[in-house]
Design a protein around this ligand. Structure first.
Ligand code: COS
Length: 380
């Protein structure tokens, strides 16, 4: 077993960290306060190969392995969780094309994404179906050689800025997961309207929207996989992206640790820096220890995916453990900063707000525990 990163991975990590320091940190707090979507950062990340990172080289993509991808994601997220979510949202959005697209569909749509800068969005959640994917209601009907989509999606990351959507819809609501289909849909298709932008507690730089579909006509050629295979496509996509959510959480937690180490060294109480007090040292030690443990789970699940192994349980381990860890680590970061940590003058209160979303999206941590328990009980 070799725990060392290769020279290429260390270089990639350094590039992503430099990008976070130079391009993301300077605007993170402004985007957090205003909710502005930093499209210029998305474009720069795309130009230097830090976005759409999972598109294979054969489609002119960056072609990073999953292990490489989580290394990049952690560093970007160290700069800002909301911006990392927006960048990573591109790989989530194109995920169903990688999972279920035919050779022609991959050539066309991945080529579209590598030919020029285009954002993507993964459209799965609905007002009445977030955790219960099989209960989704957005209806698809056959109409000649086309399909018509009708319904509403919500909590869509990149919903207002994406050029390309992957959309999940059902042919028969009563048939639950067996009738779900996946489609690739250009966002400017007539009938799609962008609804309200969510005014979120954290990750405020990311664009989270409601999308309405009103008789949206989609050619049969845009269906990804067979009719009824959409549910499994969604699950396989999430198996691949959940380690990246773990990495995103680690980036936020690591920033909390770095800020806390700095603050504990500077801040004096009872005549000496608070870093000298065991009460503070124990919080710092726990943060560092838990970050390492989370990173091992994230790296292992990413490595398993790179080996082509079934990784549902490990992806859920990584997502659940890392995001719970980030919530605790950022709460302790605020605690170490005391009253200052509770103000917007210091970056740690943002980290705590950003971390909270991670226990909720891409499957709540209760859903992750369900996935883990089911895999355990079936002997996986
Ligand atoms: N890979 C391949 N196949 C899978 C799979 C996976 N990871 N997970 C499930 N399946 C298959 C099952 O094997 C089953 O196949 P059969 O029809 O052959 O029996 C089918 O899919 C249905 O699976 P299951 O019975 O487990 O579905 P449920 O409706 O009970 O629930 C959960 C599945 C809860 C795990 C799923 O709905 C889920 O992950 N929800 C959270 C979704 C989410 O992350 N939402 C956030 C929005 S996305 S940002």
């Amino acid at each position: 077993m070799d725990f060392a990163l290769s020279d290429e991975q260390l270089a990639l990590q350094a590039t992503a960290h430099r990008f976070a320091e130079e391009e993301i940190v300077p605007i993170a707090s402004e985007c957090d306060a205003s909710g502005r979507f930093p499209m210029e950062v998305m474009e720069k990340a795309y130009e230097i190969g830090l976005s759409h990172i999972t598109i294979p080289g054969e489609y002119d993509g960056v072609g990073l392995s999953m292990l490489d991808a989580v290394i990049v994601t952690e560093e970007i997220s160290w700069g800002c969780g909301g911006i990392a979510t927006s960048l990573m949202g591109n790989d989530l959005g194109l995920g169903p094309i990688l999972v279920a697209g035919s050779a022609d569909q991959k050539k066309e749509w991945l080529g579209y994404l590598t030919g020029d800068f285009h954002m993507t969005a993964f459209c799965l959640s609905e007002p009445e179906a977030g955790s219960d994917v099989a209960g989704l209601q957005l209806l698809v009907e056959k109409d000649g050689d086309d399909y018509l989509l009708n319904g509403t999606k919500c909590w869509i990351t990149n919903g207002g800025v994406a050029d390309l959507l992957t959309v999940f819809a059902t042919l028969d609501r009563s048939a639950r997961h067996k009738s779900i289909c996946a489609f690739v849909v250009p966002a400017d298709t007539p009938g799609i309207t962008i609804g309200k932008k969510e005014d979120k507690m954290g990750q405020r730089a990311s664009d989270t929207r409601v999308l309405h579909f009103d008789n949206v006509r989609v050619p049969a050629a845009n269906r990804l996989g067979e009719e009824g295979q959409g549910f499994v496509t969604a699950m396989k996509t999430l198996d691949v992206t959940r380690p990246s959510i773990g990495a995103l959480a680690i980036g936020i937690a690591k920033r909390g640790l770095d800020e806390s180490l700095q603050y504990a060294g500077d801040r004096k109480a009872f005549g000496s820096p608070i870093a000298g007090f065991q009460a503070v040292q124990f919080m710092l030690a726990d943060m560092a220890k838990d970050i390492e443990a989370a990173r091992l789970l994230v790296y292992q699940s990413a490595w398993m995916l790179d080996q082509g192994m079934h990784a549902s349980k490990y992806s859920s381990f990584a997502k659940c453990f890392s995001t719970d860890m980030a919530m605790k680590a950022t709460t302790d970061a605020v605690q170490i900063h005391g009253g200052n940590g509770y103000t917007r003058e210091y970056p740690v209160e943002k980290l705590m707000r950003d971390a909270k979303l991670m226990q909720i999206y891409e499957g709540t941590n209760q859903i992750q525990r369900m996935v883990i328990a089911r895999e355990l009980l079936k002997g996986g």
